[in-house]
Write a protein that binds this ligand. Structure first.
Ligand SMILES: [Zn+2]
Length: 169
């Protein structure tokens, strides 16, 4: 099972399919499964499972086919996760986030930052205002951003490692 175990990607799925969807996605095994079986496995109410399955369907994460019982006329929905799409969605999300983080890292690396009581600005802005903030009246003081740079580099490395892992799954 492809688990969205990276924080960034898990949050993305949580936003799109909710906590229930995430729970279902992470408990359902590969292969076809009915909504009743999913409800039992994930310990979720059937109505909630159905609602979630349609949301997964709309997001092209889950697919279904129907089977009709010739005697009773009863229709069974057999659900299946589209792992190719899930993988693609995860990779796209990771790529988007990586681009954002790399952009942020670049800005932090080339900029020199100053801080007052209300905002953080670039050296150029602070200098243009004679190092005095017009908003809060405080002086702009130099702030080191090494910790922020380290944190961004850490997040980027983690996300890249996770992407590599997904690719090989
Ligand atoms: Zn200020």
């Amino acid at each position: 099972m492809l688990e969205p175990d990276n924080f960034v990607v898990r949050e993305y799925f949580r936003k799109r399919i909710g906590d229930e969807g995430l729970k279902i996605m992470m408990t359902v095994p590969e292969g076809e499964i009915t909504d009743e079986e999913i409800a039992k496995l994930s310990d979720t109410k059937l109505t909630a499972v159905r609602k979630t399955l349609y949301r997964l369907y709309e997001n092209r994460i889950a697919e279904y086919r129907t089977e009709r019982d010739d005697n009773s006329g009863w229709i069974t929905y057999l659900w299946r996760f589209n792992y190719t799409n899930v993988k693609k969605i995860m990779e796209d999300e990771a790529d988007g986030k990586l681009a954002e983080l790399n952009g942020q890292l670049e800005e932090e690396q080339k900029g020199v930052f100053y801080q007052c009581g209300c905002q953080r600005v670039l050296f150029e802005e602070a200098a243009a205002d004679n190092f005095l903030c017009a908003e809060c009246g405080a002086n702009f003081e130099y702030v080191a951003n090494d910790d922020l740079i380290n944190s961004l580099e850490g997040q980027i490395a983690k996300l890249e490692k996770w992407k590599e892992k997904i690719k090989n799954e």
